[in-house]
Design a protein around this ligand. Sequence first.
Ligand SMILES: NC(=O)c1ccc[n+]([C@@H]2O[C@H](COP(=O)([O-])OP(=O)(O)OC[C@H]3O[C@@H](n4cnc5c(N)ncnc54)[C@H](OP(=O)(O)O)[C@@H]3O)[C@@H](O)[C@H]2O)c1
Length: 348
Amino acid sequence: MKYVPLGASGLGTSIYALGTATFGGSTDEAEAMKVLDAFVEAGGLLIDTADAYTDGRAEAIIGRWLHNQRAHVRERMLLSTKGGGYTTTATLNRWGNTRHNLTRALETSLRRLGVDCITLYQAHTWDPLTPLEETMRFLDDAVHAGKVRYAGLSNYTGWQLQKSVDLADTRALARPITYQAQYSLLCREIEWEIVEAGRANGLGLLAWSPLSGGLLSGKYAPDATPSGPARFADRAERGKMHDAYVDALYRGHATREGTWQLLKILGEIAAARNTTTAAVALAWVAARPGVSGVVLGVRNSRQLTDNLQARSITLSDDEMERLTEASAPRPAGYPYGSFGAMQRSRGI
Ligand SMILES: NC(=O)c1ccc[n+]([C@@H]2O[C@H](COP(=O)([O-])OP(=O)(O)OC[C@H]3O[C@@H](n4cnc5c(N)ncnc54)[C@H](OP(=O)(O)O)[C@@H]3O)[C@@H](O)[C@H]2O)c1
């Protein structure tokens, strides 16, 4: 396992982090325990969760797993959770980044996880209604109360990241160390601005959905879905909210021109290296500038073992270039496209 700094914090983390959004959903508790054991066995350090995942079941499963670990494992793990995001039980004031909601959410997360302190506590998403200072002060207070070690942000745009960091700096509040964003070979639009905003401020990027929900595992074809259970196949088990979310986040990628050509290239590289399509796709994310963690999502421990093959892959310059070129997002309009880049480069 490769270890990298978690943003500019001085903390070291495993480049492959473990996501847990499936725990208590498509991954039952017994399988989740196996996934967690395999992750630790492989040298993994950062476990990412959220109060919103499976209505708290994911955090509770992690808490029970942690409880059964020896002291040195408990002490070594980096726990990352989030508050403020939508849950299916969200009501008017049980959503958003108010002090009111985040206080409740953090206390609930600490209880479920069975810990006194969470390594990284993230605002799950931007809140347009709550004054930003209230949210940043909440995070700072949580750090000073010893309930949280570091603050992070998630699903923010470039200006939202910048404004948050500036506010933290000018008020001497805890400075966020990371931001989470969807980032994969099929979702690169954050490169237009958000990646730069993150790097300019020393925020580590925690890349979520690095396989675009499984599309980059290579198990889908243009006109067929996998025979076994799969996120984009077994839709009957989900409620309307989740279907809309899945559609909004990923479905467009499957129909985008170039996706299947990209998968063909991934398959060729994987075959030449005797590894899996997924492992190559993950290794590409891990090698991108500013990435502090590739947040793996799995249904079971077999998928985790497959995906952790990425640990031993360092893509050559040529392979990186092939993939980067084949996955280039549609040309960005002004001010992000070539005209804007030319204006900002001063031709140097
Ligand atoms: N900050 C945020 O707002 C946010 C949002 C989303 C996720 N996240 C975090 O990011 C983590 C990862 O997201 P994600 O689950 O969407 O990641 P992903 O890697 O894009 O997708 C994971 C899914 O792909 C399929 N898969 C993975 N490996 C496979 C393999 N080797 N062979 C075949 N299928 C495979 C599995 O689904 P099936 O088997 O069901 O097909 C698995 O659940 C989450 O757990 C969460 O911690 C954060």
